[in-house]
Design a protein around this ligand. Structure first.
Ligand code: SF4
Length: 938
């Protein structure tokens, strides 16, 4: 067994991992105890990485060799790398010659490594001659970038993870780190344990698991963050809590901001935000940190997509940073605005300037001197001046016919961009679409003319930068799967291979003969390092050899022994005057307010155990133990007025799209608000829209309106209408399958989803690692065509001799069950219920619990909600690491004694739940508190 140090490929916490491998197979993963981001911890996603890299998973979901689709709508055919690369280069060159360079769009990803990003950026801006390169980081961090630059002068988060230990107040706003940055949240919990006086303010439109830890929860109305921040500053001014000395010495523009915030009285803010004046006062006091003796305690803000994904995203970031500047809460231990990066390398992409408005090393495209510097670094005459199209603009331009060729790498825009109907139109209308990806199963893959297989986690070499500016090495533990001479290649290598062909076709502008003289990721990184000389992120004092030893934070200029943990300790900021700038932007409401036709406010967010479009996490049944199926959450009051009960299917409409989805009540939301997890794309949540066309996932509903400064779209607020759907005909099918076939069967089921009004499918876990559960649920107004049901039955292997069946073609009823021997018993292996699905709960429970069914005979086919024998309800898994169910935890908590902490401690000792990754700890604490409450009351 070999151990290889690397980095988790999911979120921006950037945890170090140790990969265990045996030959060409990854066999295990654990947290790296020496990595300063996580000190050995991993969350549920990170700790299951090795399972997503198994030979079984790779064989079923990976793109293993280049493919070309010779006719759109047909299956793509395997081709050799040389042919695929020639095709891509020729089609791109033809597009440039015929329509000009701006007819090409390159759309990359915050999950690429810094080296990959660097080559893509140079190829697009230095060779193709267009700035049309953007990334899914535009959907994630561009408002944070713009906010930092407007106020502090550079895109540089000033704080670090250690600041959690020093803060006296934590202001967590528009972020749910309990789900989105779990290992960082463990550090928040540690900080609270170590210092019970630590005040935690959580501000969010939803009462998330993060709010469980809050001393003060501010459930603000969507989009009102700027009003809240201005109200806090107004209160601080009134109370004399601002730091006038800091403002005078280190900032400019405060008078204008003072005038802007003056009207934000407690009463107005309470009305706009939906909180009380007392809550506003409390938050302001804790944030300012002023003590009776005049000293000031440190305050740290943690924020993420709730601020960024907004049509006023830059203003929200800037207004929060202004609170830090006004109170001097920056540049000292335990202080500062600290944007939590969503993706593993959104930061690295920004460092190399891999966005439509940026250039290498935090240079600005709009700055002629910066363009000249980059042209000199690259050895080309010029870098194009015209700003490129950002993510939303790029796909709109392709849908409009302006962009003719799209090169998409390591991302799935048909899942992740807002208004996915427009994205689908873009992919259909573009004359040439290249998808470079590790996975063959994404929705975007169906529209690619050429598919280039890329290596992925465990196979790649390079670097990433996490939220605290820390650069870590990503290392290969195994070779990629696939044919030896025609298998996946590294992303930077593919870009070089295409780039060198394009140089021959377009005549390279490089003075040295080629723009791509690279033979390793290190050679790319060295060029990137040189581009940072003298810039705010200068890493000329770092080398790959040093990074081999330990991750390092930037900046680390030549001669510096180490990087900087925190920035601006001297009060000097990277602006033209050295002073930080206050920004006097007024509060602007959401782009699409609720109205009579669309009376509910939809927000999106993450599930605890899933990542983005689930192309990787969605391969593991156990990561669906927490939440298995798509569901829209509504406040109980909004359920009641629509006559809805949990599980009803509703029609959801926005101005852009529609879909059908089950609904559930949630008191975590305020009335008039709705929530849906962002992960459900068209791969697993199918069905049809209101016009009968195939639905395009939850982002068919979301709003592409974007912040004018950052161009980041407003995922966090879309006006929607929700109505009960009348879909009396149902279909529920579940089966245990050999693990080496389950994901292929799921993909085949996915291809059928468009035949129903509502349909979703997925996998679930069993106790036996050789078996994976596959499920499909669908509903329609009337019975669908027989061949669709027969196809589902065939995929679930309900067409053989071991299948018992009931069918009534006249009423559209079909029920079938397949059994198999297990020891002395017979257990349920698969079932499909079409038409009347009343028996689904108990039949599903029998299948999942693998209970003996030999005595039940044909009663398994009965259309009744009453089980033929007494049985327990299906278990809901809370702890994904140890498979501990809600029931077992509840029983344990009730049997234990003492307060909530004591009961939880006893249960954890007994069941181990929450003792590995800790992702379920907030839920365990909530359960413990509920059980302990009666004790506390007596
Ligand atoms: Fe990976 Fe979880 Fe760490 Fe994020 S918190 S980097 S997902 S292990």
């Amino acid at each position: 067994m070999i151990e290889t140090r690397s980095t988790c490929p999911y979120c921006g916490v950037g945890c170090g991992v140790i990969i265990e491998s045996d030959g060409a197979q990854i066999t295990g993963v654990r947290g790296d105890p020496q990595h300063p981001a996580n000190f050995g911890r991993l969350c549920s996603k990170g700790s299951t990485l090795h399972l997503t890299a198994s030979a079984q998973v790779n064989a079923q979901v990976r793109l293993l060799q280049p493919l070309q689709r010779f006719e759109r709508g047909q299956a793509p055919q395997p081709v050799a790398w040389s042919g695929a690369l020639d095709t891509v280069a020729t089609r791109l060159a033809d597009t440039v010659r015929t329509h000009g360079p701006d007819a090409v769009g390159v759309y990359v990803s915050g999950q690429l490594l810094t080296e990959d990003y660097y080559v893509f950026n140079k190829l697009t801006k230095g060779l193709l001659g267009t700035n049309n390169i953007d990334t899914n980081s535009r959907l994630c961090m561009s408002s944070a970038v713009a906010g930092y630059k407007q106020t502090l002068g550079a895109d540089a988060p000033p704080a670090c993870y250690d600041d959690l230990q020093h803060a006296s107040t934590l202001f967590i706003v528009g972020a749910n780190p309990a789900f989105a940055h779990p290992v960082l949240f463990r550090r928040v919990e540690d900080a609270k344990r170590a210092n019970p006086d630590l005040k935690i303010i959580v501000c969010d439109v939803r009462r998330t698991d993060t709010a469980e830890l809050a001393d003060l929860f501010l459930p603000i109305q969507p989009g009102t963050d700027v009003a809240l921040f201005h109200g806090m500053l107004s209160t601080m001014l009134w109370e004399g809590w601002v730091d006038s000395a800091f403002i005078a010495a280190h900032t400019e523009g405060f008078e204008a901001l003072k005038a802007t915030v003056r009207p934000y009285t407690p009463e107005l803010v309470a009305q706009l935000c939906g909180i009380t004046p007392a809550q506003l006062h409390q938050a302001s006091r804790w944030f300012a940190g002023v003590q009776d003796d005049g000293s000031r305690r440190p305050s740290l803000s943690l924020y993420c997509q709730g601020l960024n994904q907004s049509s006023a995203g830059t203003d929200k970031n800037a207004a929060l940073i202004c609170l830090h500047l006004a109170t001097g809460q920056i540049g000292k231990p335990g202080t500062g605005p600290f944007s939590l990066t969503g993706q593993p390398n959104a930061m690295g992409g920004r460092e190399v300037g891999g966005l439509a408005n940026l250039l290498s090393a935090h240079r600005d495209l709009a700055n002629p001197q910066h363009r000249a510097e980059v042209a000199a670094l690259w050895g080309v005459d010029r870098v194009p001046e015209r700003p490129g199209k950002t993510a939303v603009e790029m796909f709109q331009a392709a849908a409009d016919g302006e962009i003719k060729a799209l090169w998409i790498a390591c991302t799935n825009p048909l899942h992740s961009l807002p208004d996915t109907s427009t994205v689908r139109r873009a992919l259909e209308r573009a004359e040439f679409v290249v998808l470079q990806d590790a996975f063959a199963t994404t929705a975007t893959a169906a529209y690619a003319d050429v598919l280039l297989p890329a290596t992925t986690w465990g196979e790649k070499e390079g670097t990433v930068t996490n939220s605290e500016r820390r650069i870590s090495r990503v290392r290969a533990a195994v070779p990629p799967p696939g044919p030896l001479d025609n298998g996946p290649r590294h992303d930077w290598r593919i870009a070089v291979d295409v780039g060198q062909r394009l140089e021959r076709l377009l005549a390279s502008p490089a003075s040295s003969g080629t723009l791509f003289p690279y033979d390793s990721p290190e050679s790319v990184w060295n060029e990137h390092r040189e581009s940072t000389r003298g810039r705010d992120l200068d890493i000329t004092g770092l080398s790959y050899a040093q990074l081999e030893q330990a991750p390092a934070q930037w900046p680390q200029p030549e001669g510096a022994a180490q990087g900087k943990a925190r920035l601006y300790e001297d009060g000097v900021f990277p602006t033209s005057t050295g002073r930080a700038r206050f920004v006097a932007a007024d509060y602007r409401p959401v782009a699409e307010p609720r109205d009579a036709r669309y009376p509910l406010a939809l927000t999106t967010g993450r599930l605890r155990d899933q990542w983005h479009g689930m192309s990787r996490t969605g391969t593991l049944g156990r990561l669906f133990g927490h939440v298995r199926e798509p569901v829209l959450s509504l406040h109980p009051q909004d359920m009641a007025v629509r006559g809805l009960t949990d599980g009803d299917i509703v029609s959801v409409r926005s101005r852009r799209g529609s879909l059908y989805i089950p609904v559930q009540a949630s008191s975590d939301l305020l009335p008039t608000q709705a929530f849906v997890p962002m992960h459900w794309g068209p791969e697993l949540l199918g069905g049809q829209d209101a016009q009968g066309a195939p639905a395009t996932g939850v982002n068919s509903l979301t709003n592409p309106a974007y912040c004018p400064s950052s161009k980041q779209p407003e995922f966090k607020h879309s006006a929607i209408a929700v109505d009960k759907a009348v879909l009396p005909w149902g279909l529920v099918a579940m089966a245990w399958m050999p693990a080496e076939q389950a994901l292929q069967i799921r993909s085949a089921l996915g291809a059928l989803l468009g035949g129903f009004r509502y349909a979703a499918c997925g996998v679930f876990a069993g106790d036996d690692a050789t078996q994976t559960g596959v499920w499909l649920r669908a509903a329609h107004e009337t019975a669908v065509a027989d061949e669709i049901v027969l196809r589902v039955e065939a995929l679930m292997r309900l067409d053989g001799l071991a299948t018992a069946r009931y069918a009534d073609a006249r009423t559209g009823q079909r029920r079938s069950v397949r059994t198999r021997p297990q020891g002395a018993d017979t257990v349920l292996a698969a079932f499909a219920l079409a038409g009347d699905t009343r028996s689904q709960a108990w039949v599903a429970a029998l299948l999942e619990q693998t209970g003996a069914v030999q005595a039940l005979g044909r009663s398994l086919l009965a259309a009744t909600s009453q089980p033929p024998l007494p049985m327990a309800a299906p278990a809901k898994v809370v702890c994904a690491c140890f498979g501990v169910t809600e029931d077992a935890i509840q029983r344990g908590l009730e049997a234990a004694s003492g307060d909530a902490a004591q009961r939880l401690g006893a249960v954890q000792q007994q069941l181990k739940c929450g003792t590995n990754c800790g992702s379920c700890v907030p839920q365990l604490q909530r359960m413990a508190r509920l059980v302990a409450q009666p004790v506390a009351a007596t």
